[in-house]
Design a protein around this ligand. Structure first.
Ligand code: KG4
Ligand code: ZN
Length: 347
């Protein structure tokens, strides 16, 4: 007997809801339906996420999205066995909306609830793809707020091998894009523009490339991009694509080289890339090429599940339940954890 798990994601600027069947028995969990509302248009005018607006919009979206997902899957609310939600990390007010709604639904339906770590959701999201990975693997987690290399031996068995000491890779994309006037979120815009530019046009630093460890640093790169943009002055507009391509090349080179070093250090031959920056085409192309040459398998989430979504939260809940890592419970006195390191959930 498998369970019907409703997953709710509201940690930042996307409201995501999904239904997954699984969490019990041996069969792999399956995604029945998912729906997403992105707040990008709303925050664009401000050049970044406005937390209070994000919270209010999650309130507006979460129940209509839940209804849409249930209708899509041909289920009723009463069919739901477990309600999972993102407990952290993320924006406190935004997290409280998802947690509050999940626990209210749980209490009203007399169903157990389960709080999920957002990064574990990203990490396990490739299990929703047609070609899911097998444990163990090295994971490169690259999102707007996090950049980590991890050794993953199973559900809840995560060892951080290296991480950023300042900005995340997504932040490096977003901040560089912002100072080139590309709007928010800058990652996709910068990478689109980069396709028309020359990646060798500007010499930008590859921070910590030869540090000998698996840590990252992107704050210096952002400063170098700013310096270069200032130097260009009026010429910036005409050279924007070249600067974008050079910036992207610097970020991607560091991510690829450090991932290869992590594979060598662990002796593993499988890597999973997760988080929003995992949608980057240059990163995928370079990692695929480098890994093919080393007979290493690379797994990605499906492109539309790289950025935040409810499916990864429902999936992580299903896999945690299935692995006996966590039990859903009827304690509806929820809390959220805006700062919550991933290794804190490692048993
Ligand atoms: O995982 P995610 O949706 O949210 C967080 O949990 O942070 O990641 C969002 C980040 C943003 O920084 C965004 O600019 C970046 O992922 N991103 C990209 C691309 N698509 C999204 N960065 C580079 N290239 C892309 N194609
Ligand atoms: Zn995320």
């Amino acid at each position: 007997m498998s369970l019907l798990i409703l997953g709710i994601e509201s940690s930042c600027d996307e409201t995501g809801v999904a239904l997954v069947r699984g969490g019990d028995g041996a069969a792999a969990p399956t995604l029945l339906a998912h729906a997403l509302h992105s707040q990008i248009d709303m925050h664009q005018a401000y050049g970044g996420v406005v937390p209070e607006l994000a919270s209010r919009d999650h309130i507006r979206r979460v129940l209509p999205l839940t209804e849409a997902v249930l209708a899509d899957a041909g289920r009723r609310l009463a069919d739901v066995d477990v309600v999972a939600y993102t407990r952290g990390p993320g924006l406190a007010g935004a997290l409280l909306v998802g947690a509050g709604v999940a626990c209210a639904l749980g209490a009203a339906l007399d169903r157990p609830v389960l709080g999920v770590h957002h990064l574990e959701g990203h990490l396990l999201s490739p299990f929703l793809s047609a070609d899911p990975p097998e444990f163990p693997f090295v994971a490169l987690l690259v999102s707007g707020g996090h950049t980590q290399l991890m050794r993953v031996d199973g559900v809840g068995r995560y060892e951080i091998l290296g991480e950023t000491i300042d900005d995340a890779a997504g932040e490096a994309f977003d901040k560089s894009a912002k100072l080139m006037g590309l709007g928010y979120p800058g990652g996709p815009a910068l990478s689109r523009l980069a396709e028309q530019g020359d990646a060798k046009a500007f010499k930008l630093p590859r921070p910590l490339l030869h540090s000998g460890d698996l840590d990252f640093s992107f704050a210096g790169l952002k400063t170098a991009v700013l310096t270069q943009a200032k130097k260009l002055g009026d010429e910036l507009q005409a050279r924007k694509a070249d600067l974008a391509a050079s910036t992207q090349a610097a970020i991607v080179e560091v991510l690829v080289k450090k991932t290869l070093a992590a594979l060598q250090q662990t002796g593993m031959n499988r890597v999973v890339v997760a988080g929003g920056v995992g949608a980057n085409r240059l990163l995928r192309a370079q990692l695929d090429a480098a890994c093919a040459a080393r007979r290493v398998r690379v797994h990605y989430p499906e492109l539309h599940l790289c950025t935040d979504n409810g499916a990864m939260i429902a999936m992580a809940a299903a896999m945690r339940l299935q692995a006996g890592r966590q039990q859903a419970n009827r304690d509806y006195a929820f809390d959220v954890l805006p700062r919550w390191p991933l290794d804190a959930i490692t048993a």
